[in-house]
Design a protein around this ligand. Structure first.
Ligand code: QAP
Ligand code: CO
Length: 173
């Protein structure tokens, strides 16, 4: 499978992803193809819609404290749903689909998530810290929401201006 990252302002990023019904070879091929796309771009999270597949699939690979990324820590989530959320935390987020822009976003501090693994087994996870932020960011992708959609009006305007400038510079180089 030859996947590439869909970048803002591509309309596909606004699509709502569909629930996965079959835990078959096709799903496994999508998951296996997503991982190298994410790591090649130094990502820690990727939703399937970011490679143009509108299915409720995401992967997460939070680095260790020294910044090293270990594939043992890969989490694959199919059909994830947040069941409990509490607290508040602010983190400077980025996104592989919104390259070179980072801004503070407010999220829940702790989340409980129900999801299925690649074989359809039901799992529950309690997450806080960076994992919790990453889960919320990626589940937003499945709903067609980007982190820039959560900014104040003023910061969104600052984003649009900076991003347009960045795209223009990219084209002329
Ligand atoms: C989502 O984001 C996330 O602009 C994953 O030039 C964000 O992996 C999870 C990236 C914040 C937790 C906290 C972005 C790489 C990677 C860029 C990413 C870039 C290169 C973003
Ligand atoms: Co993202």
């Amino acid at each position: 499978m030859n996947l590439s990252i869909v970048e803002y302002p591509d309309k596909r990023l606004k699509e709502k992803s569909l629930k996965v019904e079959s835990f078959d070879k096709n799903l496994h091929e999508i998951l296996d193809a997503m991982y190298p796309v994410m790591t090649a771009s130094n990502g820690i999270g990727l939703a399937a819609i970011q490679v143009g597949i509108a299915q409720q699939i995401l992967i997460l690979n939070i680095p260790l404290e020294d910044g090293e990324q270990v594939s043992d820590n890969l989490i694959e989530m199919v059909n994830p749903v947040i069941t409990h959320k509490s607290g508040e935390t602010v983190y400077q987020e980025g996104c592989l689909s919104v390259p070179s822009f980072y801004e503070d976003v407010t999220r829940f501090e702790t989340v409980y998530v129900n999801y299925q693994d690649r074989d359809g087994n039901t799992k529950t996870i309690e997450a806080d810290g960076l994992l919790s932020i990453a889960i919320q960011h990626e589940i937003d992708h499945l709903l067609g929401i980007l982190f820039i959609d959560k900014l104040s009006y003023a910061r969104r305007k600052k984003f649009e201006k900076e991003y347009k400038k960045m795209l223009k510079e990219k084209k002329s180089s």
